[in-house]
Design a binder for this molecule. Structure first.
Ligand code: SF4
Ligand code: SF4
Length: 414
C-alpha cells in the first residue's frame, strides 16, 4: 500500500497482532468492563477495520477507543511485540476529526488550558485558594465532588520556588542533567521539582534549568491533537536541547515516556533526537549514580504504585524501591496489582470519569489490603488521583512522590 493510502497507521503494524489474547488479563479496562471491544485485541481489530475503511468512526467505535487509558500494559504483556502505544496514538487524531463540534471544542479547550503555562495559571487560580486545605477535604467528603477531592489533594499553595538556571553538584561531578519545569506537574507540585534538583546535586549531577520552558506535548497527543503536540515538542526542543546535557529529566513519568519518543515524533529535528536519546527517569538515574546514606528515619510501611508510563513506558520498576529501602526505618511492602492503572492516565480522569472512578476504587481496595502507611507514586497524575480518592474515603494513608520521601530522608525537603 502506498503511503498516501494510509489513513492513520501502516496496516502492517496492525497485522502484527495475532489475536492470541495473552494481553487481556493485563488490560485495566478489560478487567473492569469485561468487553472484548474494550480490550487491546478488540481495539486493534477496530483500528484495523477503520484503517481498511470497513468501519466508520461512529460514536460507538470512538467510545471504545476513548476508553483506552494508553497505559501500554498490553505492550509489556504482548509476546509478539505489537507496538500498541503507537497504534492508539495514531488512531486518536483520526477519530478526533469525526467528533461532534462541541466535543471537539471542549477537548481543544482542555488541551489549551493544560499545555500553556500562562493560560493554565489563570484558569487554575481559584483552585489555589482550595488547594490542600483541611476544610476543602471535609467539604469534598460532604459533597462527594471529585473536583473538590482533586483540589484537596493538591499541596497547599505557597508559590513556586524560583530555581536558578544552574545548580552545581555537592560532590564530584558525575554528569549534567537538564531539568524540565514547563509542565502541569511543576505548577501542581513545585516542591517535587525542587526536591529532585537537590537530590541530583547531592548525587554529583550539575542541573541545568533553562528559562521559559513549555509543555512537552504529551497531554495534547493524549487528547488527539497531534499537530499541537508536535509544535510543543519542537518549541521545547529549541529551548532546552543542550550539547553538554547527559540526561533530560522530569518528575512526571508520562512526560518522561513521551520525551523518549521525540526522535520518532520529530525525525528531522536534531534537538528532538538529542532529547529522545537522553531522556531518563530521575529515580532510575539516582539509583544508578548512588546517593550517600539517608540520615533521617521514616518509620513507616511504604508500598509502591507503579505508574504506567514509568513501568510500561520506560521499563522502570526496581529503582524507586531500591532507593526507598535505603531510608532508615522504612519497610517496603508490595501492593497487589501495583502495575494496574489508577485511572489517572493523562486527562483520562477528566474525560472518562466513570471508568477512571472504577479503577480508582479498585486501587483503593488494594491499598487498604496492603496495610501500608504511605503509598509512593512517581507521577503527579497518579498522586492526585489516588490522594483525592483517599481523601474522599477518609483513608488514613499518605500518598507521596518517592522523590519527596527521599528528599526528606536526606534532609533536603520540606
Ligand atoms: S496485542 Fe499481542 S498479546 Fe494482545 S492479542 Fe495481539 S498479539 Fe496477542
Ligand atoms: S493501553 Fe492499557 S487500557 Fe489500552 S488496551 Fe492497552 S492495556 Fe488496555
Amino acid at each position: 500500500m502506498a503511503d498516501s493510502d494510509v489513513r492513520f497507521v501502516e496496516i502492517e503494524k496492525l497485522l502484527s497482532c495475532v489475536h492470541c489474547g495473552l494481553c487481556l488479563p493485563s488490560c485495566p479496562t478489560y478487567l473492569e468492563l469485561g468487553t472484548e471491544a474494550d480490550s487491546p485485541r478488540g481495539r486493534i481489530l477496530l483500528m484495523r477495520a477503520l484503517e481498511e475503511g470497513r468501519l466508520r468512526p461512529t460514536p460507538e467505535v470512538t467510545r471504545h477507543l476513548d476508553s483506552c487509558l494508553g497505559c501500554r500494559a498490553c505492550e509489556t504483556a504482548c509476546p509478539s511485540g505489537v507496538p500498541y502505544g503507537s497504534l492508539i496514538e495514531a488512531a486518536r487524531p483520526f477519530v478526533e476529526e469525526h467528533r461532534p463540534p462541541v466535543a471537539r471544542f471542549l477537548r481543544w479547550l482542555l488541551d489549551s488550558v493544560l499545555t500553556q503555562p500562562t493560560v493554565r495559571n489563570v484558569a487554575t487560580a481559584p483552585l489555589r485558594l482550595l488547594a490542600g486545605k483541611p476544610w476543602t477535604a471535609r467539604f469534598a467528603r460532604a459533597t462527594s465532588l471529585s473536583l473538590l477531592g482533586y483540589a484537596a489533594a493538591l499541596p497547599e499553595w505557597r508559590g513556586v520556588t524560583p530555581l536558578p538556571p544552574v545548580i552545581e553538584p555537592d560532590r564530584e561531578l558525575r554528569g549534567t542533567a537538564v531539568l524540565l519545569t514547563g509542565c502541569v506537574a511543576h505548577s501542581s507540585f513545585p516542591q517535587t521539582t525542587v526536591s529532585i534538583a537537590r537530590l541530583l546535586a547531592r548525587a554529583g549531577v550539575r542541573v541545568l534549568i533553562p528559562p521559559d520552558q513549555g509543555c512537552c506535548g504529551a497531554l495534547s497527543l493524549h487528547l488527539g491533537n497531534d499537530t499541537r503536540s508536535r509544535d510543543l515538542a519542537l518549541r521545547l526542543s529549541r529551548h532546552v536541547s543542550e550539547d553538554e546535557a547527559d540526561w533530560y529529566v522530569t518528575t512526571a513519568a508520562g512526560c518522561g515516556a513521551h520525551l523518549r519518543e521525540y526522535g520518532t515524533l520529530l525525525p528531522n529535528d536534531s534537538g528532538a533526537a538529542n532529547i529522545g536519546a537522553k531522556a531518563r527517569d530521575p529515580l532510575d538515574l539516582l539509583a544508578e549514580l548512588g546517593l550517600p546514606a539517608p540520615q533521617r528515619p521514616l518509620k513507616a510501611k511504604i508500598a509502591m504504585h507503579d505508574p504506567c508510563h514509568l513501568l510500561h513506558g520506560q521499563g522502570v520498576k526496581n529503582a524507586p524501591r531500591e532507593l526507598l529501602r535505603q531510608i532508615p526505618g522504612a519497610e517496603l511492602v508490595e501492593l497487589a496489582e501495583a502495575e494496574i492503572c489508577c485511572g489517572s492516565a493523562g486527562t483520562y480522569n477528566l474525560t472518562e470519569p466513570g471508568t477512571a472512578g472504577r479503577l480508582l476504587t479498585r486501587k483503593l481496595a488494594d491499598i487498604r489490603a496492603s496495610g501500608a502507611d504511605i503509598i509512593a507514586a512517581a507521577n503527579p497524575g497518579c498522586l492526585l488521583q489516588i490522594r483525592s480518592g483517599a481523601i474522599l474515603q477518609n483513608m488514613p494513608v499518605q500518598i507521596a512522590h518517592p522523590i519527596d520521601l527521599l528528599a526528606r530522608a536526606h534532609g533536603l525537603g520540606d
